[in-house]
Design a protein around this ligand. Sequence first.
Ligand SMILES: NC(=O)C1=CN([C@@H]2O[C@H](COP(=O)(O)OP(=O)(O)OC[C@H]3O[C@@H](n4cnc5c(N)ncnc54)[C@H](OP(=O)(O)O)[C@@H]3O)[C@@H](O)[C@H]2O)C=CC1
Ligand SMILES: O=C1CO[C@H](CO)[C@@H](O)[C@@H]1O
Length: 398
Amino acid sequence: MTGNLPKAFRVGLIGCGRISDIYLKTLAKFTEIDVVACASLDPEESRAKAEQHRIARSCSVEEVISDPSIDCILNLTIPAAHAEITRRALVVGKHVYSEKPFVTDMEEGRELLDLANAKGLKLGNAPDTFLGGRWQTVRRLIDEGAIGRPTGVFAHVGTHGTERHHPNPDFYYKPGGGPLLDLGPYYLTAMIFCLGPVARVAGMANRAFDRRLIENGPRNGEWVDVGVDTHSLSLLEFEAGAIGSMTMSFDIWDSETPRFEIYGETGVISIPDPDPVHGANDFHGPVWLRTRETSRWSHQPRPAGRDDWHEVENRHGFNQNSRGLGLLDLAYAVRDDRPVRASGDLSFHVFEVMDAIARAPVHGLYQTIESSCPIPDLLPENFPESEGFAPVEAEHAL
Ligand SMILES: NC(=O)C1=CN([C@@H]2O[C@H](COP(=O)(O)OP(=O)(O)OC[C@H]3O[C@@H](n4cnc5c(N)ncnc54)[C@H](OP(=O)(O)O)[C@@H]3O)[C@@H](O)[C@H]2O)C=CC1
Ligand SMILES: O=C1CO[C@H](CO)[C@@H](O)[C@@H]1O
């Protein structure tokens, strides 16, 4: 079936914190998504969010979940609450799109996938950054053979955590947090989108600090206990044969190490962001290519500068922060009864990879990954017009 959704896809938001603003801004551009109610634990916070984004109703979590007119729950709570909110929504027959990580343990993840399957409901999960123009371009290059058969991948995120910019950074330092579960999903999802599922991993981790000082907002000066490792190294082997390494850290003061690169038999794709937290965390940004013919190894003397990289043409949309795009795709997946791109299956696989990296030092050097997942299709270059939908002009959106 094509054409417009039969009615607006009615969404109830749970979790009205920091990340909700960009979701609500993105979704306001798509009139066929209607965020009709919102809730958080603090009623004052959800009331203010409803007023700021012209959401019709601010109410309790239970009222949002039990509202029969709502099609889908947008779960933007903290990691420790993701599985429970998702489970409650599925039980009452609602589709769910949730923030990452999908869950905080494997059992929860299996239960949610089984529940969604049994009830015929769609499960979507962040990140959706891989649907942005940058990552669609990277995948298209690989599909077109621009670097030949991929053989390797490298990711490095060297940050100093979140306590200098997040007013309530506690969840980043509790189980479900840490750099691997917080930032790993962006990089692993991008890798799996481009290279396919992961077969086995190895890992090591440590932590530089047992407590961290909040240095912004109303809780400035308060200490937070650290209950998770904050510096993680991993090795990855993909089913298709490529191997990779990944560093995710909250303990690095600064770095010039490349953020993300994919190596192939005949070329290299590089994501050259200067900012350590960007890379796969962004929808947009340059994609650089060097091939056998243009690489340093084809010139004598070898050029020292960065000038010879070719910036690849980006033909895709969503070259700005578009968090929420995965939910729009889910709405069309419901309409057309087709797979969700930013899916629960993909996020569960990503979670198993991270869980295995974290347990490798204790349970044995190499951990085999049991789950797999479908590789999401590229988005049509003119999405969502491709779905028979015209987005609202930017000035009409909030
Ligand atoms: N901040 C960021 O830059 C980004 C965050 N994310 C992800 O988004 C998610 C939320 O992060 P962020 O917005 O920063 O977090 P915040 O702490 O700012 O907001 C969390 C929200 O969830 C609500 N909440 C917490 N526990 C429950 C619960 N048990 N039931 C219902 N509501 C609950 C909180 O309510 P109350 O305030 O009333 O306690 C609050 O509204 C995380 O998974 C994070 O990884 C993703 C991308 C970027
Ligand atoms: O997902 C995220 C994107 O990057 C941010 C910057 O550290 C994190 O805080 C956040 O959780």
